[in-house]
Design a protein around this ligand. Structure first.
Ligand code: AOF
Ligand code: ZN
Length: 354
């Protein structure tokens, strides 16, 4: 491993400390190194607040400040060049006369997208790019998918019996998961911006679509209810989270409104039409609403539509190896590209016991 690799991995480690607090911004970490000694470290800690480079430079001890202009700054994402909620990090680096900057990967965000690197180089700074690039891209897979493909990062999740059934014949809810796999699901819910379910799942399973067993980060709930027939007594209507209802009749969201600025107990309506693919319309809506990632939790038909239309990045499958369901609804058939699959088996519950 090169020195560059080593310090970039430290940037990634730092960046991860911002998980759950910086979205829809990317997680970013930065270290400042003088003669193979780290003199500063920082990461983007909270959405709307200081970027990684700012925290890194500010962390340098008073007795080391005179070393800054002879140090190398490592950062997992290209330094920004724009005035957003904070001023450009590229300007800060230039002002501090830092001679070398090592960048993990480019920032695809429209306002940046190469302009940060260009700004640094124009100021005479040596910029080294692409160090541990794959790991840096993976760190912010949601952010990169959103900005390069103009759609959310899509995770498909379902639970199945040992013989691949996700519901009994009568479409009744099967008890497939257990404490261990439920905890996993709640962790997954905490990691995506929104959870989507179809009408039948909302009605038959009556899920709360919240995260109770992991931390207090709650996703936006999204439900398909074309004719607005779901009763308000369902759990998805409890007032604890934002809820967006995709339907044929009502629209209460402006194209440029950001879903994360909805009031906590607000139910918002997003009108779709019968003229084109529903999945495509939902994915487009998420882009408009700045929803960077979704966890699709069913039912089978909805999951299959996402697969058939190629709108997915990961599958997360919970399998109960002890449950055999004679006749029932088969789990979705996964075809096409296969980026990542996580399989969780119920009997690995020991993992959680300390
Ligand atoms: C950096 N360092 O640590 C982060 C960056 O609204 P703002 O000012 O917070 O800017 C958000 C954008 O800045 C975000 O979309 C992404 O392009 C970049 N994030 N850039 O130089 C950081 N978090
Ligand atoms: Zn910045």
């Amino acid at each position: 491993m090169t020195q560059h690799d080593k310090y970039m991995l430290r940037c990634i480690e730092l960046a991860r400390l911002g998980a759950g607090h910086v979205a829809p911004n990317p997680m970013v970490g930065s270290v400042l190194v003088h003669n193979d000694r780290i003199i500063g470290e920082g990461y983007h800690q909270l959405y709307g607040q200081a970027h990684a480079e700012v925290n890194c430079i500010n962390s340098v001890a008073r007795e080391d400040v005179h070393l800054i202009n002879g140090s190398t700054l490592y950062v997992s994402l290209e330094p920004c060049a724009h005035y957003g909620k904070t001023p450009p990090c590229a300007d800060l680096i230039i002002r501090n006369n830092i001679p070398v900057v090592v960048v993990g990967c480019r920032d695809p965000f429209n306002e940046v997208n190469g302009k940060g690197i260009e700004k640094l180089e124009k100021a005479g700074i040596q910029v080294i790019t692409g160090v541990k690039e794959k790991a840096c891209l993976d760190l912010n897979k949601r952010f990169f998918t959103f900005h390069t493909q103009h759609r959310p990062y899509i995770v498909l999740k379902w639970a199945q019996s040992m013989n691949g059934k996700i519901a009994s014949e009568s479409a009744e809810r099967l008890l497939i998961s257990n404490d261990y796999s439920n905890r996993k699901v709640h962790k997954w819910r905490s990691e995506e911006a929104a959870i989507l379910v179809g009408t039948n799942t909302a009605l038959l399973d009556n899920p709360s679509l919240n995260n109770r067993f992991w931390n207090d980060v709650q996703p936006i709930r999204m439900v398909i209810d074309m004719d607005l027939r779901l009763p308000e007594s369902l759990n998805i209507y409890n007032k604890k989270q934002h809820t967006i209802i995709f339907n044929l009749h009502m629209h209460s969201l402006e194209v440029n409104s950001k879903a994360n600025s909805l009031q906590n107990d607000e139910v918002a309506y997003y009108r779709v039409s019968n003229d084109s693919s529903l999945v495509h319309q939902i994915v487009t809506a998420c882009y408009q609403l700045n929803i960077q990632s979704i966890l699709v939790e069913g039912g089978a038909k909805l999951l299959q539509s996402f697969i058939d239309e190629g709108y997915w990045d990961e599958t997360r499958i919970i399998t109960n190896e002890h449950l055999f369901v004679e006749t029932g609804l088969p789990a979705p058939a996964v075809t096409g590209h296969h980026v990542f699959t996580e399989q969780v088996f119920n009997d690995r519950i020991d993992y959680f016991r300390k």
